[in-house]
Design a binder for this molecule. Structure first.
Ligand SMILES: [Zn+2]
Length: 276
């Protein structure tokens, strides 16, 4: 009950600042991410940190209760995501817990977005839970687990690792939402979402996902495609990622799993009707 109430209170879209958009040569991709991680750590060298087996969690001084909420989830999400997907990263995974203002400044978040988290070049940013979840620390911890933002961002990390940065934004967000949904049961759906329009086409989603005006619809269509891939066979998502890593087009990679039925997969997004 608490979790549902908390989720309804969330006005933020679970969109992320775009993951790397350009495929780099594998070695260069790895080197760029190492530098980015060092920079992300250097920028908060004076801040306190929490450690877990696989994570280094940096947080603003005085915000330990929220950092502990994040700490309570990271290893569970790590086991869930990487045991299913592979693409396990080198330790430690750096997580930066930030205030809303710091997150916006760090990641140049557009003014019309209010992300709960972001993935950028191997590093995960999370909005501090008290910025959007009400209640006591225990209540916030339960609500944070019910949303599952760590699983979402770790999926972006797995996608990045498995495709050396070649994952298209459209499928990247579909995978992240799908894994988050499997982890926590949470699917981004807000009272002001509207789906009363013609579905976006495959070309629209592939060519300009981040710029589509109805982001809620674009995200739900991307989720529908990945769900169709996942439903086709247990190994299909892995094959899709391997094909993209090998340079296949997103359409070819998805068709490998669902046949030439990607349009039907998109149409599954129409399950979110005007009546919602
Ligand atoms: Zn995302």
């Amino acid at each position: 009950m608490l979790a549902i109430a908390a989720l309804l209170a969330i006005a933020a879209a679970l969109t992320s600042v775009p993951a790397p958009r350009h495929a780099l040569a594998d070695d260069l991709h790895s080197a760029v991410r190492t530098v980015a991680r060092d920079q992300a750590l250097a920028a908060v060298s004076g801040e306190p940190a929490l450690r877990t087996t696989h994570f280094l969690i940096k947080y603003p001084t005085g915000d330990r209760a929220d950092a502990a909420i994040v700490q309570s989830q990271v290893e569970k999400a790590y086991s869930f995501v990487f045991s299913r997907m592979g693409g396990r990263p080198a330790d430690p995974v750096v997580v930066r817990v930030e205030t809303r203002a710091a997150l916006a400044a760090d990641l140049a978040v557009p003014p019309d977005q209010d992300p709960l988290g972001a993935y950028w070049r191997g590093v995960i940013w999370l909005l501090t839970p008290s910025a959007y979840l009400p209640g006591t620390p225990a209540q916030r911890q339960a609500a944070f687990a019910a949303v599952g933002p760590v699983a979402h961002e770790l999926t972006h990390l797995a996608d990045d690792n498995l495709t050396d940065g070649r994952m298209p934004p459209f499928l990247d967000e579909g995978m992240a939402q799908y894994m988050q949904w499997r982890f926590s049961g949470y699917l981004w759906l807000q009272p002001d979402n509207t789906f009363c329009q013609t579905l976006y086409s495959w070309n629209q989603l592939s060519a300009g996902f981040d710029a589509l005006p109805n982001q809620a619809l674009a995200y739900h269509e991307s989720f529908a495609v990945v769900q169709a891939v996942e439903n086709s066979s247990p190994a299909a998502a892995g094959r899709m990622l391997a094909a993209i890593a090998g340079g296949a087009s997103p359409l070819a990679a998805v068709r490998d799993a669902v046949g030439a039925r990607e349009a039907a997969a998109l149409a599954a997004g129409s399950a979110w009707s005007c009546a919602h």
